[in-house]
Write a protein that binds this ligand. Structure first.
Ligand SMILES: C[S@@+](CC[C@H](N)C(=O)[O-])C[C@H]1O[C@@H](n2cnc3c(N)ncnc32)[C@H](O)[C@@H]1O
Length: 220
């Protein structure tokens, strides 16, 4: 889970930088949210949920960190639960839009998380995922953990926000995000790669690489 319980308050403040540079693009992709029933997976302190509410959506959010959910419950109106993204506590076909920002890479099994997100989304609804790019994980693993093999599973150390926060998260390949079972239940309608230095640490000076990616699926 990356131990977000340990720095829930710190992350809430530092995430504003991410909000300015990265979230604006996400929000453009999401489009009109008025009257939509939305779920945010790994919602953290609720930065995106607040935006969804301001746009007229009804929201639910889950996070494995009780501290994060306590912050959201204090500040927002909606359904907020401490839960694991691997088994979402919602019925099939519950939401018009299911989102997740910088969270699903924390799961060992991203395919299972994406299939869960598809399951709880209504037919024709959107699944929006912003996740750490596997190339970033590869370079961070190489520099921070002497991890040499893209295909070998293992935990990788990341630093964010000028090394103020240290995270350990499992490595993933791109293939896991585009698994055939995922593509049999949904259409991939958007794939983008982006770089968000200095929100992500640039571990090799002068080398530009994608730090995060956005995937949008439409459920069949
Ligand atoms: C980088 S934060 C992103 C938070 C929020 N989405 C945002 O954009 O500010 C990742 C979040 O995923 C949560 N998380 C990690 N593993 C999880 C799991 N297995 N199930 C649910 N949430 C999880 C963490 O507690 C943390 O709040």
């Amino acid at each position: 889970m990356g131990n977000y319980n340990n720095f829930a308050n710190e992350y809430k403040v530092l995430t504003e930088e991410l909000e300015n540079k990265t979230r604006k693009n996400s929000y453009t992709i999401l489009g009109n949210l008025k009257n939509k029933n939305m779920l945010d997976v790994g919602c953290g302190s609720g930065c995106d949920l607040k935006y969804y509410i301001d746009c007229g959506a009804t929201v639910s959010g889950i996070d494995i960190s009780k501290k994060e959910i306590d912050i959201v419950k204090r500040e927002l109106i909606g359904t907020f639960l401490v839960a694991d993204m691997l088994t979402l506590p919602f019925k099939d076909n519950s939401f018009h839009i299911t989102t997740s920002t910088y969270a699903i890479q924390a799961a060992e099994n991203v395919k299972k998380v994406i299939l869960e997100m598809i399951r709880v989304t209504k037919s024709g609804g959107d699944i929006f995922i912003l996740s750490k790019h596997p190339f970033r994980t590869l370079l961070e693993g190489y520099i921070n953990d002497d991890k040499m093999n893209y295909f070998e599973k293992g935990d990788v150390t990341s630093y964010i926000f000028n090394r103020e926060i240290k995270l350990t998260e499992p490595s993933h390949t791109l293939q896991e995000y585009f698994d055939t079972e995922i593509l049999s239940k949904s259409n991939l309608v958007l794939f983008e790669e982006h770089c968000d230095f200095p929100a992500s640490e640039q571990i090799i000076d002068g080398v530009t690489y994608p730090t995060y990616m956005i995937l949008k699926f439409k459920k069949n």
